[in-house]
Design a protein around this ligand. Structure first.
Ligand code: STR
Length: 415
């Protein structure tokens, strides 16, 4: 097995996904052109990906695809091991993320119930408070028209603080946790270091669960530990697995949603004007951003437990399937010929799959929408002259194969 961290070679054959994300637009277009089901290579490991809306919808509700890594032929045969840089995206503690069927429902139900739109109303004032505090910090960092990184000062601490509040993780740990996740996701992190990072995250979250067991609080981790009346409680390992999944997903993806929405509006000033004039809603901005520039580029992975025929192709039993959400958002059959353009006035309703579909549909969707719905209008109300500090073409993605995350987003707060 080879795991070179190098740009993909040209030519035909499986499309090699660039771990350094040097040309995201080009890759999205190539995937879309390659057809609904296409062969890719992930750092030397072959897989399938689905790049179109209709096929993705069908596959995301197909029970012949499972998330258990033991169903992967390449894993069974030892062709993929813990040395593969992407293994941490798949071989994680048992949780709602990597189980299916009745077990999955058992692991997921309580978490999903805690983040319904109604229950989230309690979090609204908390999110508003965090937003105001971060806007003050942004104002201080960007005083006198100095460029300031919107990502590190605003878009990143907001979801990290919110998900930590929800799960009961102390704010003192935010900086270290962020450092660990950065190293976890970066494809430039040497694998030995990544495995050490994973071990430290394990140890940290195991500690949080032990603390909450000893002294339960008013947080979701404590709620997950407690048994329901008559219900079977989750094991400690299952609580740790769910907690890790929630913190990783809750922190990493919403950063991109906020940055990508601001970036889309600042590079489309005519559309920003419509929003600020109240002619197009923030909800529309959020949904169009989710469709057009998805936080998750590629979601790893599902495995075929039987041969699955779809779009004239057969995914053989034991093969792995990636969901390429960014390409799916650009599907012209679903969104029309302007699918590759950001357009909050588009005539077709924005029905995207960015939060997934079927049993694993993102349980945090309402939370991330609420965060963006609070953060975006507050940001533009406070800084109506907000502007990019560097030309858009100079922005670079993080070297993260699966996530669509800028390295930084420098802006100016005042003209
Ligand atoms: C990161 C490592 C970990 O400890 C647990 C998980 C499970 C949930 C995963 C997360 C991962 C990576 C980012 C994911 C998230 C679910 C949603 C998020 C894939 C593997 C997305 O980007 C959609």
């Amino acid at each position: 097995m080879s795991c070179p961290v190098t740009p993909p070679a040209g030519g035909t054959g499986p499309l090699a996904i660039d771990p350094l994300v040097q040309d995201l637009t080009g890759e999205t277009l190539r995937l879309r052109e390659a057809g609904p089901l296409t062969r890719i290579e992930l750092l030397g490991v072959p897989a399938w990906t689905v790049t179109r809306h209709a096929e993705a919808r069908a596959l995301l509700t197909d029970a012949r695809l499972v998330k258990d890594i033991n169903a992967w032929g390449a894993w069974q045969r030892g062709e993929v091991t813990r040395d593969w840089p992407l293994i941490g995206m798949i071989d994680v503690d048992r949780s709602m993320f990597n189980t299916d069927g009745a077990e999955h429902r058992r692991l997921r139900t309580k978490t999903a119930q805690a983040v319904t739109p109604r229950r989230l109303e309690n979090l609204r004032p908390v999110i508003e408070g965090i937003t105001e505090k971060l806007l003050d910090e942004l104002a201080a960092a960007g005083a006198d028209g100095a460029p300031v990184d919107l990502k590190s000062v605003f878009a990143l601490p907001l979801p990290m603080t919110v998900i930590s509040e929800l799960m009961g993780v102390d704010a003192a740990h935010h900086a270290r946790l962020h450092e660990l996740y950065k190293a976890f996701f970066s494809m430039l992190t040497p694998q030995a270091e990544r495995l050490a990072v994973i071990a430290e995250l394990d140890e940290f979250f195991t500690g949080v669960v032990a603390e909450k067991k000893a002294a339960p609080g008013d947080d979701l981790t404590s709620a997950l530990i407690l048994a329901d009346e008559g219900g079977e409680p989750l094991t400690d390992e299952e609580v740790v697995g769910n907690l890790k999944a929630m913190v990783a997903a809750g922190h990493e993806t919403t950063i991109s949603l906020i940055v990508n929405a601001v970036r889309a509006l600042l590079t489309h000033p005519d559309q920003l004007a419509l929003v600020l004039a109240g002619e197009v809603s923030w909800e529309t901005v959020i949904e169009e951003t989710l469709r057009w520039n998805t936080p998750t580029t590629h979601l790893l992975m599902r495995f075929a437990t039987e041969d699955i025929e779809i779009a004239g192709t057969v995914i053989p039993r034991g093969d792995g399937l990636v969901i390429s959400y960014r390409a799916i958002g650009w599907d012209e059959d679903q969104h029309g010929p302007s699918a590759h353009l950001f357009d909050i006035t588009r005539p077709t309703p924005i029905r995207h799959l960015t939060f997934g579909h079927g049993p694993h549909i993102c349980p945090g969707a309402a939370l991330s929408r609420l965060e963006a719905r609070i953060a975006l209008p507050a940001l533009f109300a406070r800084f109506p002259a907000l502007a990019p500090a560097v030309p858009d073409r100079e922005l670079r993605n993080m070297p993260v194969l699966t996530q669509n995350d800028l390295q930084a987003y420098p802006v100016r707060l005042t003209g």
